[in-house]
Design a protein around this ligand. Structure first.
Ligand SMILES: Cc1ncc(COP(=O)(O)O)c(C=O)c1O
Length: 472
C-alpha cells in the first residue's frame, strides 16, 4: 500500500462489511417483523431529548449498534410510519422490500445512470421501464420519459417541456393562458412559479359535482380569452387528484386541446398505475391523449419514496427542452444507441434509480401489483358503505381510492367535532388519517393505497369512528 493511500478507513475489508451488513439486515428484519404491532402514527413525538445531540456531526465516531438504537428510537419511533398498513393519510404507498434491495445494489455498484456511454445497461433498464409505463398509458411510439425523484420533479419537467414546445418567453408570458382547477396538486403551482409561468394568466375552471373540470366552462373560457386577444397554451388536468381522487374527463378535454392546439398535461402521480387494473383502464380513459403524463411508482406502484415518472408523448419535445452539449462530454456523443436520462431531464449525475423499480417488477411480475390495486378499490367501496351506516356524510363519490367524509353531530359545530375526531384518531395512532378543506368545509380524508392496507386496518378506523360518534 502506498503512503498516499488514505482510504483504509473508508474502503472496508470484507469482514467489516459483513459485520455492518448483518447488523443492518437484523435491524430491517426486526422493523418488518414488528411492523404489524407498531403504530401508524406516534403523536407528540417531536420533543428534543438528549438522544438528539447524537444527531450532530462533530467528528466523533459511534458503533453501529448505538447508531441503530438511536435511529430506532428517534427516527423510526417518531411521527408518521409510512411503512405501516395503517397509514391512510396523504398518499401512502408502503414501500415494498425488494425495491430497497435494488437501491442497495445500485448504491454499492454506483452505476452512473445518466449517460448511455457510462452505463448502457442501467440506461437500457430505465428506458425499458419508461417503455413499459408508456405502453400502459397507451402511448404507441416516439414517446419519451424520465424516472425522477418524485411527482413534483416530474410535474416540473412536464411543464417546462410544455413551455418550450409552446415557445413561451418573456415577451408573451403575460398574455399566455393556462387552464386548470383548484384540484391540482400544489407541486403544479410550485412548478409554474419556478418556471416563471405564474406570470401567465391562470384560469381555475369550475368544478362539476365529482370535482372534475367542467368541460363546458373550459370551452367557454378559452373562447372568451381568444376574443380578448390572449393566447391559451396549456391545460393541466388531473387523473386522481390528491384531495379527492378526481379524474378529469380526459377524452373531452383532449378534443378541446387538439382543436385549440394546446398542450395537455395530466397529473396522474397518484392515480396513474391504476391503469394496470380493468377498472382503472375505464376510469382513466383518455390518458393516452395527453401530451405529458406524470405517474409515481412511489405511490400506486408501492415503491419506497424516491421514484416518480414523467412521460411525454413525443420524445422530441423532451429533448428540445433538456438536451445540452458540453465540450467535456464530447466522448459520450457517439455512444448513443438509446436516449440518456440526462438528455431528457434537468439532472446530470444521479443514482441508478431505475433498479429499485425494475428489480421488483422482475422478481414479482405485474400480477401482484394489479391484485393489490384491485384490493384498494374494493376496500374503498367497503369503507364508503360502512361509513354511511355509521351516519357519516360522504363528500365525494370516489373514482379511485380517496374519500372525504365528515360527521354532522346533533349538537355543536361540525367542523369542531370533526377536528377533534381527527385528533383522537391520530392520538390513538393505530391508523393515521388526514384532513382537507374544500370550499371552506372541513373534511376528514382517507387514501387507501398502501400495499399493506387490508380490511383489518379499515375495520380499526371504522371501530374508532363508531366509538367516537355513537349517540353524538
Ligand atoms: C396528484 C399529485 N401530484 C403530485 C404530487 C407530488 O408528488 P411528490 O410528493 O412525489 O413530489 C402528489 C403527491 O402526493 C400528488 O398526489
Amino acid at each position: 500500500m502506498s503512503k498516499l493511500d488514505k482510504s483504509k478507513d473508508l474502503d472496508l475489508p470484507a469482514s467489516e462489511r459483513e459485520f455492518l451488513f448483518e447488523a443492518i439486515q437484523q435491524y430491517a428484519e426486526d422493523f418488518l417483523k414488528q411492523l404489524p404491532q407498531q403504530k401508524a402514527y406516534v403523536a407528540n413525538s417531536y420533543n428534543a431529548t438528549d438522544a438528539d445531540a447524537f444527531f450532530e456531526i462533530n467528528g466523533d465516531t459511534k458503533p453501529i449498534n448505538k447508531i441503530l438504537d438511536v435511529i430506532k428510537e428517534r427516527v423510526d419511533g417518531t411521527g408518521l410510519n409510512p411503512a405501516s398498513g395503517g397509514h391512510l393519510g396523504y398518499i401512502p404507498g408502503g414501500g415494498i422490500y425488494t425495491s430497497s434491495l435494488g437501491d442497495y445494489i445500485a448504491a454499492v455498484t454506483n452505476r452512473y445512470a445518466s449517460v448511455f456511454y457510462a452505463s448502457p445497461g442501467a440506461v437500457r433498464i430505465e428506458n425499458a421501464l419508461i417503455s413499459w409505463a408508456a405502453k400502459q398509458v397507451g402511448y404507441k411510439q416516439h414517446f419519451g420519459g424520465n424516472i425522477t425523484s418524485g411527482g413534483s420533479m416530474a410535474n416540473l419537467i412536464a411543464l417546462y417541456t410544455a413551455k418550450t414546445a409552446k415557445k413561451i418567453k418573456c415577451n408573451n408570458i403575460a398574455t399566455s393562458v393556462i387552464y386548470t382547477t383548484t384540484q391540482s396538486h400544489h407541486s403544479v403551482y410550485k412548478a409554474l412559479r419556478l418556471l416563471g409561468l405564474d406570470e401567465c394568466v391562470i384560469r381555475y375552471i369550475a368544478l362539476d359535482v365529482d370535482f372534475k373540470m367542467n368541460v363546458g366552462a373550459l370551452k367557454k373560457t378559452i373562447s372568451q380569452d381568444k376574443k380578448n386577444k390572449l393566447t391559451p397554451f396549456l391545460i393541466i388536468a388531473n387523473a386522481g387528484s390528491t384531495d379527492v381522487g378526481a379524474v378529469d374527463d380526459m377524452p373531452n378535454i383532449a378534443l378541446i386541446a387538439e382543436k385549440e392546439n394546446l398542450w395537455l398535461h395530466v397529473d396522474a402521480a397518484y392515480g396513474g398505475f391504476f391503469v394496470l387494473t380493468n377498472y382503472g383502464k375505464k376510469t382513466l380513459k383518455g390518458l393516452n391523449l395527453a401530451d405529458s403524463v406524470v405517474m409515481d411508482p412511489h405511490k400506486s406502484l408501492f415503491l419506497p419514496y424516491g421514484t416518480g415518472m414523467v412521460l411525454v408523448k413525443k420524445v422530441q419535445h423532451l429533448l428540445e427542452a433538456n438536451s445540452y452539449e458540453a465540450s467535456y462530454m464530447q466522448d459520450t456523443k457517439h455512444h448513443n444507441q438509446e436516449y440518456s436520462p440526462t438528455e431528457l431531464s434537468p439532472e446530470m449525475s444521479r443514482n441508478f434509480r431505475g433498479l429499485r423499480m425494475w428489480l421488483p417488477l422482475k422478481l414479482h411480475g405485474i400480477k401482484p401489483f394489479v391484485d393489490c390495486l384491485n384490493e384498494k378499490i374494493e376496500l374503498t367501496r367497503y369503507f364508503c358503505k360502512e361509513l354511511q351506516k355509521l351516519g357519516f356524510e360522504l363528500g365525494n363519490n370516489p373514482q379511485l381510492t380517496v374519500v372525504i367524509y365528515r360527521y354532522k353531530p346533533k349538537k355543536g359545530k361540525a367542523e369542531i367535532f370533526n377536528r377533534n375526531l381527527l385528533k383522537r384518531i391520530q392520538e390513538d395512532g393505530r391508523v393515521f388519517i388526514s384532513s382537507t378543506e374544500i370550499h371552506a368545509v372541513f373534511w376528514l380524508r382517507i387514501a387507501i393505497l398502501s400495499f399493506r392496507t387490508h380490511q383489518k386496518e379499515i375495520d380499526i378506523l371504522l371501530s374508532l369512528l363508531r366509538k367516537e360518534t355513537q349517540g353524538r
